[in-house]
Design a binder for this molecule. Sequence first.
Ligand code: UDP
Length: 318
Amino acid sequence: MAILICGGAGYIGSHINKLLHQKGYETVVLDNLVYGHREAVKWGEFVKGELADESEIEAVFQTYKIEAVFHFAAYAYVGESVGEPEKYYYNNVVNTLNLLKVMRKYGCDKIIFSSTCATYGEPEEQRQNPINPYGATKLMVERIFKDYAKAYGLRYVALRYFNAAGADPEGEIGESHMPETHLIPLVLDAAAGKRADIKVFGTDYDTPDGSCVRDYIHVADLAEAHFLSLQYLEQGGDSDFFNLGNERGTSVLEVIEAVKAVTGKEFSVICTDRRPGDPAILVGSSKKAERILGWKAKYAEIETIVAHAWNWRKHAQF
Ligand code: UDP
């Protein structure tokens, strides 16, 4: 029996692949390498393939006996999703339908899905009401899961995370996006002298220091949550959704201070206009995940998250 990791060459998927390997699972990574890195797949089998092509998914299910699927294969640039919704709806929704179809055909009933806090829209709303196409695609998939669970017996865990950050504490894998838009890697590049400066997108928000507040969660903690979700489904747990955050917000300016403290480097910080689509504060509670999955973040401190990311970025192999 093997675990299929769709999008396992990407940032979060590669960390789950490493953890599952350490826990003794056989893994198969299916990734089209559009945004993923072949070098990030250091464990298990690798298949280059497209979820857009059902026959490529089927080939994997024919070759390996797949017990459960982790699904990270999605586009995740919020800004791009606004300009190119078609790309997002096809890749994130239609391709997930292809995957579910093949899973059903081969009797595989367990899926762990990388969802997002972007399904909530403005965080003070408890109701899910995404404010961009990216969040909408993830919410649609959550809805599809509910209907497939009822009709076909699909069993799922959808993890809605806040800001994934940091890198493997052992430094074997880490975050590398092309193009890079995320705050922590960009600030680290400024510290490393690879960028002239870091721009702070907005200092007039209704937050303690005026910059946006986010809930940064260590990618190794995310990996652990995914592993616990697999165990939970294996042990017969009910399909469910969980938020994963640290319940503590860190502002953009505080992240910059943490990078300065960890790296000991000075660099130029430019306060500029707001980035469209940014909510002021996104902070999540993980109480339900703690109660039901037994998950607790190990690396909640922003300095630890930044230190691991810095360690990776200094020696990044991809
Ligand atoms: N941000 C910033 N400068 C940058 C990149 C990001 O000020 O060069 C801000 C961004 O506006 C947001 C926060 O940093 O408030 C986190 O952004 P990121 O893109 O890392 O994650 P998001 O919250 O969009 O998922």
